[in-house]
Design a protein around this ligand. Sequence first.
Ligand code: IPD
Length: 264
Amino acid sequence: MTAPTELRDLAVEIAREAGELARRRRAEGVALAATKTSLADIVTEADREVEALIRARLDEARPEDGFLGEESGGGAGTSGVTWVVDPIDGTVNYAFGMPLYAVSIAAVRGTDPDDWTALAGVVYSPVVGETFSAARDEGAELDGVRLRVSEPGAAGALLATGFGYDPSTHAGDLATVGRVMPMARDLRRSGSAATDLAYVAAGRLDGYFERGLQPWDFAAGALLVREAGGVFRRPEPADVVRRLTLAGGAELVDELSRRVLPHV
Ligand code: IPD
């Protein structure tokens, strides 16, 4: 069995190459390829090209592994390891020329996001030039510096959230924000869930909540948070549409859970 650190190192190398490609393509201009679940849910030519690069590199290095990507779907493997990939998390930021987007790559054992064991993960932010990485039981780091989740200070928690692309869900998400704000010193909305989770791992955010994430949005970030001593939780059953994701220190996640799901 390959050591998680080896999988992490491979993911870091590929994420950096992929991130540089994304950055180059952004500088050349962005072409919208399609809309997905709603008009606001877009995919660019670069999302597809970057995912193809990652998939090709993984195929070369580990032909027996499976693959699950945001843009190109899945492929079963025989090794038991699956790579879960979001080539550009924060596509709308990317399309609008904002710097906060990231390449997210995770290696997991198993295929069900509720049951899999994350072995390695990387969130690479190409414009900022930061690499957040983790290997199972080996901790999480930012460019070689060990990460630890934070605890909120007396002024309250610095929190982040995101809203899905479906306009009909915005009122509900805003009502949730209203219930959470009393515990917050302030709220951020970065547009990249993978970056939000990496920032929770780094203690730059005390906590994060969002509904409707997909496995490729959180696979790497969840491992980063856990390896940084935090809690990553999806408290509702798998059949809930737009399931809730929570991340942060243990006490903070409990409080978030009470506020977002008061009836549970
Ligand atoms: C999106 C981003 C965003 C979150 C959405 C995700 P994408 O991923 O992570 O922050 O609010 O739920 O779908 O589409 O940019 O890869």
